[in-house]
Design a binder for this molecule. Structure first.
Ligand code: NJP
Length: 251
């Protein structure tokens, strides 16, 4: 059996690129997100399985676990890896002017969504680890969770929350053969993420990339995720920070 992964936030950007990278590496992938049309196109293109899941909805996540458990029982193919990638940023307002509802939404998806999916699928990952020797949870965090920047308060707070969630999970799973890894990218050129962040203002979205000559692409991040998962099972890359060279020079 090929290795099996679940990828959240797989309908665009880094998640979709990770589906392609893992498919190319021979994985069998279940891609989940909310946008059904995007998922259908991805399934058509890559041959991956897809399922509509909103990570903020308990029912969706419970149903995901049940469907996956049934498929594992039917095929004998265990779950090897969970890629926690679903996430979003809203706004670039200073703390003083930020709307708490925007912050709540970022926490709901970026932190609580990751906790909900990880908790639901851990029993299946444990079975996978028993069958294969190890299993993986890998999250896409952000350099925003490591270092503050003006206007990034809510996103940074949520991503540092996710970072601590992952660090805690690693401690709690100590002694089990489950790796808990994080990839923290700097600026990635995924237009939908930025456009959504800026409420659809394409001009401001384009301006955001102006300071960085060659931002990372979604595929750059996907490559690092795929290579981290491909490492021998006794190597845990706790946290990988990856930035475009032009951005690295700023600090
Ligand atoms: O953005 P985008 P990226 N339930 O908007 C999904 C982090 N990051 O690829 O549900 C389930 O193309 C959404 O799917 P849909 C970032 O924080 C980025 O850049 O169909 N899924 C879509 O597939 C995030 O964690 C940059 O709308 C939900 C996906 O999430 C990850 O990279 C820098 C959902 C977002 O894809 C991927 O972002 C950095 C929900 N409730 C970290 N809400 C960057 N772009 O600069 C959203 O350091 N999704």
């Amino acid at each position: 059996h090929s290795r099996r992964a679940v990828i959240t936030g797989a309908s665009s950007g880094i998640g979709a690129a990770t589906v392609r990278r893992l498919r190319d590496a021979g994985w069998s992938v279940l891609a989940v997100a909310r946008r059904e049309d995007r998922l259908a196109a991805l399934a058509e293109e890559t041959g991956c399985s897809v399922r509509v899941v909103d990570v903020t909805h308990d029912d969706d996540v419970v149903a995901l676990r049940a469907a996956l458990a049934d498929d594992i029982a039917a095929t004998g193919q265990p779950l090897d890896a969970l890629v926690l990638n679903a996430g979003l940023a809203i706004g670039v307002d200073p703390v003083e002017e930020a709307d708490p509802a925007d912050w709540a939404r970022m926490f709901e998806v970026n932190v609580l969504g990751a906790q909900r999916v990880a908790a639901a699928l851990l029993p299946l990952l444990r079975e996978g680890a028993r069958a294969r020797g190890f299993a993986d949870v890998i999250a896409v965090t952000s350099t925003a969770g490591q270092r503050a920047y003006e206007g990034g308060g809510g996103y940074a707070a949520s991503k540092s929350g996710l970072r601590m969630l992952m660090d805690t999970l690693r401690l709690e799973l100590a002694g089990e053969p489950i790796r808990v890894m994080q990839v923290a990218p700097g600026m990635v050129r995924t237009d939908e993420f930025t456009l959504h962040r800026l409420g659809g203002d394409a001009e401001r979205a384009a301006a955001l990339y102006e300071g960085v000559e060659h931002p990372l692409t979604a595929d750059d991040v996907a490559l690092v995720i795929a290579q981290s998962l491909a490492l021998p099972g006794h190597i845990n890359l706790d946290e990988i920070t990856m930035r475009p060279v032009a951005q690295a020079a700023q600090h």
